[in-house]
Design a protein around this ligand. Structure first.
Ligand SMILES: Cc1cc2ncn([C@H]3O[C@H](COP(=O)(O)O)[C@@H](O)[C@H]3O)c2cc1C
Ligand SMILES: O=C(O)c1cccnc1
Length: 348
């Protein structure tokens, strides 16, 4: 099997004492900014700085199609994937609106959409193949394709860092990709399929039962894959999931902060964290999606999401919203007065 190797430096705790002191001497009761304090500490660790800065934030939306869509596992047709890519490029999708509002640039990557886009301005052409194979009956992709997608994603983030970006929100688009994410959760964390499988775009009760039956058939093709993340990715992943996983690893390698969105984006982080657990030190989990299975997915990574908004959209929408909290954490760390500078009495 083709190899993929990556070594990510663990986030350094060298500045922890100084960062915690800075946080603790701000003019507030000890610990009163709650999770924002932990977030500020993490950002300081990632940037190795007592005065972190956020630079050229962007959301990258990875798009890909899924052969398993043929099995009727989504409420929407496969063409929605490429049509939504055009919508992203036109600036009209939910992620565009939220990103504009929060001040993030939007990048759209064709990781493997089943459509010939031709020369569309603004699209990053990184198509591995026009959609994966149907993982209910055969591996979604070859291990060579999985590695190519991982490496392409990694390279994209190296370039982004070189251009001055140090914080990336991750998003995706791909009809039927909740099926891929559920299968990855089932295989990598051994979460039972009924817990790992949800309604995605909103299949009805009969649709959910059909989806569960299809995923059971897909899962039965292979044995345990808990210790084989690359093989699990090739068997059940998507090109957008694989490229996102590589991009998350590449972002961490480059010392960038990684904002993780919902169920599908988290499945990419699950794969990434099995390839290199240190990536988790760079990851901010934005929210817990309403998609069934996300809670178990987060637990499998011991991740604590920042928000619960009942989002079930993907595209990077939750990650973009979490950027406002990242900005708030950096602002209080850099701008808030200390007891000493403001002449406020601290407790003894
Ligand atoms: C119009 C539209 C926009 C979307 N934006 C994100 N998704 C989300 O829904 C899809 C996953 O759900 P399933 O596995 O049920 O197909 C992904 O494309 C995900 O990004 C969308 C879905 C639709 C229909
Ligand atoms: O949580 C998500 O990312 C999600 C949930 C349902 C459909 N699409 C995406």
């Amino acid at each position: 099997m083709t190899a993929f190797t990556v070594r990510i430096p663990p986030v350094s705790t060298a500045l922890d004492t100084a960062l915690q002191h800075k946080i603790d001497t701000k003019t507030k009761p000890l610990g009163a900014l709650g999770r924002l304090e932990a977030l500020a500490l993490q950002i300081g660790r990632v940037q190795q700085s007592l005065t972190p800065r956020l630079s050229q934030p962007q959301v990258v939306v990875f798009a890909g199609d899924h052969g398993i869509a043929l099995e009727g596992v989504s409420a929407y047709p496969q063409d929605v994937t490429w049509q939504m890519v055009m919508n992203f490029l036109g600036g009209g999708a939910a992620v565009n609106v939220l990103a504009r509002d929060q001040g993030l640039a939007v990048q759209v990557v064709d990781a493997g959409v089943n459509h010939d886009f031709g020369e569309v301005p603004g699209l990053v052409h990184a198509k591995i193949a026009p959609g994966t194979a149907n993982s209910a009956v055969q591996p979604a992709m070859t291990s060579e394709q999985a590695v190519a997608a991982l490496e392409r994603g990694r390279a994209l983030m190296r370039e982004a860092r070189e251009q001055g970006c140090n914080v990336v929100a991750f998003g995706e688009m791909g009809i039927a990709n909740t099926s891929a994410a559920s299968l990855l959760l089932h295989k990598l964390a051994e979460v039972p399929l009924d817990v790992a499988t949800g309604r995605g775009t909103g299949v009805d009760e009969a649709g959910l039962q059909r989806k569960q039956a299809v995923l059971a058939r897909a899962a039965a093709r292979t044995g345990a894959l808990r210790e084989q993340p690359l093989q699990a990715l090739a068997e059940y992943g998507g090109f957008e999931i694989a490229m996102m996983a590589g991009a998350m690893l590449g972002a961490a390698e480059a010392g960038m902060l990684v904002l993780v969105d919902g169920f599908i984006t988290s499945s990419a982080m699950l794969v990434a964290s099995r390839l290199a657990p240190e990536v988790l030190g760079y990851a901010v989990f934005a929210h817990q999606s309403a998609e069934r299975g996300h809670q178990a997915m987060l637990q499998a990574m011991q991740a604590q999401p920042l928000m619960m908004l009942d989002l079930r959209l993907g595209e990077g929408t939750g990650a973009v919203l979490a950027y406002s909290l990242v900005r708030a954490a950096v602002a209080f760390l850099n701008e808030m007065a200390s007891f000493e500078s403001a002449g406020v009495s601290n407790k003894d």
